[in-house]
Design a protein around this ligand. Sequence first.
Ligand SMILES: [Zn+2]
Ligand SMILES: [Zn+2]
Length: 346
Amino acid sequence: MIQAKGYAAQSPTNDLAPWDFERRDVGAHDVQIEILYCGVCHSDLHQITNDWFEGIFPMVPGHEIVGRVIKVGDHVKNFKVDDLAGVGCMVDSCQQCDNCKQDLEQYCLEGNTQTYNNLDRSGVPTYGGYSNTIVVREEFVLHISDKVDLAATAPMLCAGITTYSPLRFWKVGKGHKLAVLGLGGLGHMGVKWGVAFGAEVTVLSTSPNKEQAAKDLGAHHFVVTSDKEQVKKVKGTFDFILDTVSAEHDMHLYLSMLKTNGTHICVGAPPKPMEVPVFDLLGGRKSVAGSGIGGIKETQEMLDFAAEHNIACDVEIIDIKNITASYERMVKGDVRYRFVIDMATL
Ligand SMILES: [Zn+2]
Ligand SMILES: [Zn+2]
């Protein structure tokens, strides 16, 4: 076994603290990565507090991993020692079902293996990126360009692909009016992709003081959703709403902003079910949809597109010792837009 160190929550009521643990040895098809940076996703906090479901403890969170390859198995074809590499939200899938065969491993019919808080296919708990090293089968490791900012690239592995994939699937681009609901880790990437794909982008937010930040990211318009006059002006105007909010919200309000045939795409995950007024859907043939991360092939395409177009996350680099304080700031929305742990501080 490989000795690893990281930060773990020992139970859903414990703060994260240093923890030594073991990773599997590098198998024939595995890549071992020395982790350099790991992004802090809002879902990390949801999971260590059992907000969504009962977790597996001790839990080492982190699924926005960038690092350097330090060892490869005998049958590894696409990676060599010293390559830059990334790992996102999943580390395995069945590789045989209809979805896996179509490069949709995130929707594996047997369930994909999550990077942490999951059991791998041999029944051993997976541990995430708040650690110094990780072993992952080669098919689930991404190539990272040596021209990019590594810290700013780490959150692309979750926040980046989660917003890229639906905009590509629904072919959002020139001639479309796209609204991005919420301006956090996901939302700020939604704005960047929307602009890069040629859409006319509006940020919908409850806080008027985010307008300048939205414009700085390239958004064309900004609407304060608590302002009745501003809301009235955008009624029936958007082709798509990319909904990144992971708390309960008023679907009637947002569905009223969609055009006929418009689609409301959920990528945030509120813990409780939300009410969707069906009358709002009937009156305009509207859809409510959801999308989860992206397949490995598409994640690589996203990373390559981002490197080519100089797109990355806006990040604040932190010392891992400050992780609990950073969670408190994240909950208040006091981060632009993603914390990234510098693993040299471990
Ligand atoms: Zn995430
Ligand atoms: Zn599968």
